[in-house]
Design a binder for this molecule. Structure first.
Ligand code: MG
Ligand code: FE
Length: 169
């Protein structure tokens, strides 16, 4: 039973690290977007949700007597996703960013799905409840990004084809 709990705490720490990476990505994206206000607003909304998720996860970790992972730990684990989203050098960064965001949200969906199963196995009803509160926020963000991707792509292409109009962000 002690090992079950150890795994759960490890995964809670991983999820917390993931949400810190999410915060960095969302902040960077929101700060750079200039010409796509709808996307910017949705990202800012999800940034607020992400900060709330961090609080909930921290509470779960501390309730089990654990501490969050160190920053260097975090950077290694999700560096690949950070690179994808931080691709600010791309001339099509708004589209690439939306795609990377969709990938990241699906990482979060899978992470919370596994975490809920782990918490059920350990009998941690509070973690189950909180993760079931977080999961729909990730699903909603993933759906929004995918649903808006065709329109965003078209908008990018039209801007890109218009002289003296910036399209990339
Ligand atoms: Mg999240
Ligand atoms: Fe998310």
């Amino acid at each position: 039973m002690a090992e079950l709990k150890e795994n759960l705490i490890d995964w809670l720490r991983d999820a917390y690290a993931m949400e810190q990476q999410a915060e960095q990505m969302l902040k960077a994206q929101a700060a750079r977007i200039e010409h796509y206000p709808k996307v910017k607003a949705r990202i800012e909304q999800h940034l607020q949700e992400t900060l709330g998720q961090q609080e909930l996860l921290l509470g779960c970790i501390e309730r089990h007597g654990g501490k969050p992972s160190a920053m260097k730990d975090i950077m290694g684990r999700v560096a690949a996703f950070g690179q994808a989203a931080g691709g600010a050098l791309n001339s099509d960064e708004i589209v690439k960013g939306a795609i990377a965001g969709y990938v990241f949200e699906n990482l979060e969906i899978a992470t919370y799905t596994a975490l809920i199963a782990a918490a059920k196995t350990v009998g941690d009803a509070e973690t189950v409840r909180l993760c079931e509160q977080i999961l729909p926020q990730e699903e909603a963000m993933a759906s929004w990004l995918l649903e808006n991707l065709p329109e965003l792509t078209e908008e990018f292409l039209v801007r890109d084809a218009t002289p003296d109009v910036e399209a990339k962000r």
